[in-house]
Design a protein around this ligand. Sequence first.
Ligand SMILES: Cc1cc2nc3c(=O)[nH]c(=O)nc-3n(C[C@H](O)[C@H](O)[C@H](O)COP(=O)(O)OP(=O)(O)OC[C@H]3O[C@@H](n4cnc5c(N)ncnc54)[C@H](O)[C@@H]3O)c2cc1C
Length: 638
Amino acid sequence: GHHDGGVLHRRGNMNAGNEGMLDEYEYVVVGSGPGGSPVASRLALQGHSVLLIDAGQDFSGDLHYEIPVMHIFASEYKPMRWYYYVNHLSDMERQKKDPKMTYKLPDGTHYTGLAPPEGAEPLGILYPRSAALGGCAAHNGMITIIPNDADWSYMQSITGDDSWDPKKMKGYYKKAEKCEYIPNDLVSHGYDGWMTTTLTPLYLVVQDLKVLSLVVAAASAMGRTLVSGLLRTVTGLANILANDINSANFGADSDLMQLYQIPLFMHSGNYTRGGPREFVVQAASKSRLDVSLNTFVTNVTWDLSGDHPKATGVNFIQGTGVYSADERTKSQHKPGSVKATKEVILAAGAFNTPQLLKLSGVGPRDELDKFSIPVVKELPGVGTNLQDRYEVGVAGQTDSDFSLLKDCTFLEGDDPCYKQWSEDALTGPYSTNGIALGILRRSKVAEGDDADIFMSGFPGLFKGYRENYAEIAIEERNWWTWLTLKAHSRNNAGNVTLKSNSPFDMPLINFNSFDVGGQEDLAAIREGIEFGRRAFKDLIPLDGSFTEHWPGTNVTSDEDLDEFAATEAWGHHACCTAPIGGDDDKMAVLDSKFRVRGVDSLRVVDASVFNKIPGYYISLPIYMISEKAADVILEDAS
Ligand SMILES: Cc1cc2nc3c(=O)[nH]c(=O)nc-3n(C[C@H](O)[C@H](O)[C@H](O)COP(=O)(O)OP(=O)(O)OC[C@H]3O[C@@H](n4cnc5c(N)ncnc54)[C@H](O)[C@@H]3O)c2cc1C
């Protein structure tokens, strides 16, 4: 196995800090991911007493958390991971044709693949999540891309609430950001926030001729001729990458394909992961913010004596191994409760927030009745409208290894790359997430003016999430995968439903991918796959050419490509399961101020709140709505 992680530097490890919890706080926030952490920190910094609760622990100082390149291993890291097994497709027979399909065997072990042995029970397809201070931002790829203005205009139009104006929302981006990659661009960037943004150091791209030739190939697949010689210097490469994906004019020329460096939530000083936990640590040191880790919330408590049900706090169980997704050693479990004198804010993520609402009596009446949960407020939209983006790849192999990664062991034994990162002024291949560049493009079937495809490349074999995907990705060091991320996906037919009324059971998660708008989305994905193929073909080998092995050169007709993508596509931006919507929308769970409809003192602030999946990567839109929620809540409190 990998190192359990040595202590890099002690920055206020919070795992032991639960003893001093008070009986009541003004605000109780459940979940410390991109949704929960910023709002909790802001409320506390404005003078309120706040309790931030998370079922996970703090991983500060753990190398899985700190080293950017380790993110793929972080999502497999047992103390941190919550593994969900989901259904991508409504047609189970078709889903069984996905090589990622996983089964449970009679001896309790798992089988993943196309030939399950006798007695294997279908489990589903792995969907990694993390329970940690910082939520999934403790293991994610750190990619930080601003969503489209149209995403906010849409919220504005469905709610009639002008505070969702894209310009105002941009203000929240700037408030959150501490930009470390462009100096003094006050129009587009913020410099005083908690979200440090930086880029993969370009010398890493220039150093590895294979990577460099793939960049040139991508450019020629975009119809640009780039003289590879010009790119072999950092300044030469920087010149063609001068456009900032997060700048104010983003999207204006979206018909043109553009090659961008990808901003990461990472520290440029020492190339360590950045995350919302740091905002929490900062705020906790100078405010009445308490953080209770290893604390699993089971339900919201109510005062039912007034006209409306009023949320009064939460019940929880403290300990490790409480939730069925929590694989840590089971500790002694201590039940407890805490009161919120002002509000409870749910930020448990797109799977757990709807589960918590339902367990607390807020949801579709039929489903609550079925599990004998007393109905506090009937809201048919809770757990519906589940959305995700589609991702697929084209993977090819060349004769020799990428020089960049050749010697890296990813912390196994003696690791020269770790040594370089930790000792030589924190440099080398571990100072990136492995995805340096991205391309935005508009497919022929795009709705609106914005790009709907985000292409990127990864120096490994990545065919989607399945057990041990990280080991598989880097097992051989001569693979490259062109990734197509289909943004603005149309499907909203997914759902999160209860399996039982036990808070410890994971819910049932059905994405029903491609059920709505599938033909259009598949047509766009085909364009992405063709782009990846062209890039492999156009490659002027500075250091070997690539042969496609996946999906395979025999998969060429539109039908075959659609069959491939519809069967194997995956996602990692689950959202929209407690959507904000207009007053006339029966399926709206929240109003435009994040308030759960029909009850008092309860809000949701996480990936669940979106009505339609925003932008290209979802963390930054979540950070933005979390900053907005803080403003809205403070307004109501004064
Ligand atoms: C492998 C992977 C890579 C990704 N890479 C990127 C990327 O590069 N860029 C990007 O923008 N997005 C990325 N994402 C997606 C992004 O990280 C998530 O969408 C985002 O973190 C969701 O934020 P959230 O606040 O809604 O929920 P989460 O981040 O899931 O946080 C929820 C928190 O609530 C806690 N919780 C849940 N239930 C309870 C309970 N009952 N009691 C107490 N605590 C509870 C959990 O422990 C967790 O810490 C990635 C996702 C994955 C899986």
